[in-house]
Design a protein around this ligand. Structure first.
Ligand code: ADE
Length: 243
């Protein structure tokens, strides 16, 4: 998978060289390109923002540098159509199902807005371009960040760990909380490792039994209990119906 990120803070993406994502890059499973939006601004101060039409607080990122940056990125590969992802708190909320859908795309381009956001014509323009595979305006939760950079890191990590070969043990991806399949819309229950007793607390007996059937049903029951307790809206089966 190819991943491009356009930002005014390229240093935010240094964590992509670490851990799981760094290994995925080193193994050639992902190819990441970070672009500084300011290099596509042409005035003396390399400015990328301006006051909003209609008035109001803050600044809005102008369409010109975005258009040049995205066109230049797309022109580097005419064989593939990129999906444009625009992180914004006003977007649909990102979830595991979206991560799974995106993990099948060959090319994602993330446009990280700052200030009050990006001029709305940018998303509109690329949604209408047949050489692009669409635009996804998405938020990572109901809170406001200072910009799209952290949201992009979150989404990249959620997507990349689903790519074949990135996580060593395939089952750790299919058994995830929210994963599609039998455990869908349940969070995972508690997990334990050695020692068997720690500060007077014992590991549940059933996990030591070696009885795979009983262990599986205990885990399923724990997942149901945990979901009901921590995520009642999931337990009620109402979550995700809007998709
Ligand atoms: N930019 C600012 N807040 C955001 C959020 N919650 N999700 C995605 N992008 C954002």
């Amino acid at each position: 998978m190819r991943i491009d990120v356009v930002t005014i803070f390229p240093d935010y993406f240094m964590p992509l060289a670490l851990s799981l994502l760094g290994k995925a890059s080193a193994a050639g499973l992902i190819e990441v390109h970070i672009h500084d939006l300011r290099t596509f601004a042409h005035d003396r101060h390399n400015s990328v923002d301006d006051t909003p039409f209609g008035g109001g607080p803050g600044m809005v990122m102008g369409p010109q540098p975005w258009g040049e940056a995205l066109d230049e990125i797309a022109a580097t590969n005419n064989a593939l159509r990129p999906v444009l992802v625009v992180p914004t708190p006003s977007g649909a909320v990102f979830d595991q199902r979206m991560a799974q859908a995106w993990s099948t795309h060959p090319w994602l381009v993330f446009a990280c807005g700052r200030y009050e956001g990006i001029d709305a014509r940018v998303a509109q323009h690329y949604a209408g371009r047949s050489d692009w595979a669409g635009v996804r305006e998405v938020g990572i939760g109901d809170y406001v960040l200072a910009g799209g950079e952290v949201a992009t890191l979150v989404m990249v990590e959620a997507v990349v760990r689903l790519l074949p070969g990135v996580v060593g043990n395939e089952a750790s991806v299919t058994d995830d909380s929210f994963a599609a399949g039998s455990m869908a819309q349940l969070v995972e229950g508690p997990v334990f490792t050695k020692p068997q007793e720690w500060r007077g607390l014992e590991v549940p007996e059933v996990l030591l039994s070696g009885h795979h059937g009983r262990i599986a049903s205990w885990r399923a029951e724990q997942a149901r209990l945990r979901t009901a307790q921590m995520r009642p809206e999931l337990a009620a089966g109402t979550h995700g119906l809007q998709h």
